[in-house]
Design a protein around this ligand. Structure first.
Ligand SMILES: Nc1ncnc2c1ncn2[C@@H]1O[C@H](COP(=O)(O)OP(=O)(O)OP(=O)(O)O)[C@@H](O)[C@H]1O
Ligand SMILES: [Mg+2]
Length: 317
């Protein structure tokens, strides 16, 4: 089953049980109003999930404002966040509100929070504790009520141990932590996402089954972003309406599809068969063309028992 959503104007495709479970957690977290720290590899979809949190929250109709802490030098991050008064520094010809003010009553998405300078970490913590701060050069305090959603693709624990990231800020921004799994751990999303991206680029095109096998077999170190780029590039090179394996232009040819490519594909097929049959093992085995015993062995081998239960629960719900 493929779920398609729009979060603040961005399409989100969720097909795997892991992503659909994550979405359940997102809904709960969103409504709690707590700060959320999103972890996950680059390109896995943290920004989309951040938008989903805002979308499902009571702040939905208020602004969603985002800032990448890694994209700018420290001084600029500071003036972006806090804003400044006229004349606060050379070049500050007019007063400017900061993103904290612009996000008032809404959500502030702080991407790559691990890159935030220690001095600004301390300043941010104070804002979150008191709800007020000074624009640069201001003598009067400004108030802002923001919900923080932060993201990092490097585990912060290392930085906390080395002293580069404050643990008190970590606890403050990570009242709830959610992890977006890498694409290679959720093969069911590959087909759904690839078909979605292909249809967006050119609705006349389709993947032949060998092309889909090649997509499944690849490890996607750049996750969904890489899949999207690969599909768009391949669509441009298409020689006809049907894309074959050799039309797919992977960005890292040197990476050999690992054994887990086939295993991943097999797991994905089993999961889908279980889902389609509502957890009915005999029907799933029939649709896969294998015996019930073989299916049982594979379910044990891949640790998919919970997928059977989930599918059955979903059928009964
Ligand atoms: N579930 C999804 N459905 C549709 N598109 C997705 C999904 N997940 C990610 N994408 C797309 O993949 C690209 C990368 O996603 P996103 O920017 O959310 O990743 P990220 O985890 O924030 O990466 P980084 O750590 O590099 O900032 C975006 O173009 C996004 O729209
Ligand atoms: Mg991002």
């Amino acid at each position: 089953m493929v779920e398609k959503h729009q979060f603040l104007g961005v399409d989100a495709i969720l097909a795997s049980p892991r992503m659909r479970d994550l979405l359940q957690q997102v809904r709960k977290a969103a409504q709690s109003g707590a700060s959320v720290l999103l972890m996950g590899e680059s390109g896995s979809g943290k920004e989309i999930i951040a938008r989903a949190i805002h979308h499902y929250s009571t702040r939905k109709l208020k602004p969603f404002v985002d800032l990448s802490c890694a994209a700018l030098p420290e001084d600029l991050v500071e003036s972006e966040l806090f804003g400044h008064e006229r004349g606060a520094f050379s070049g500050a010809y007019a007063a400017k509100p900061g993103l904290l003010e612009l996000a008032h009553n809404g959500s502030l998405f702080l991407d790559e929070i691990g890159a935030l300078d220690p001095r600004l970490q301390a300043k941010l913590l104070r804002v979150l504790d008191t709800g007020s701060f000074y624009r640069l050069g201001a003598i009067k305090k400004t108030h802002a009520n923001v919900r923080i959603i932060a993201a990092t693709n490097a585990p912060l624990h290392e930085s906390i141990r080395s002293g580069a990231f404050r643990d008190d800020l970590f606890y403050r921004i990570g009242q709830i932590t959610l992890t977006v799994p890498p694409l290679r751990e959720r093969p069911e999303d590959i087909e759904a996402l690839a078909s979605h991206f292909l249809a967006q680029q050119n609705p006349e095109l389709r993947f032949a089954s060998d092309a889909m096998m090649a997509l499944y077999a690849y490890l996607w170190p750049g996750n969904v972003r890489e899949l999207r780029n690969t599909v768009l590039r391949s669509a441009l090179m298409a020689k006809g309406p049907l894309l074959h394996a050799d039309d797919i232009v992977f960005s890292m040819r040197s990476i050999e599809p690992k054994d887990c490519g086939i295993a991943g594909l097999e797991q994905a097929m089993i999961r889908r068969a279980l889902e389609d049959s509502g957890g009915h093992r005999q029907r799933a085995a029939d649709s896969l063309g294998i015996s019930r015993n073989t299916l049982a062995r594979k379910i044990r081998g891949y640790g998919l028992a919970s997928a059977v239960t989930t599918a059955a629960q979903r059928r009964l719900a």
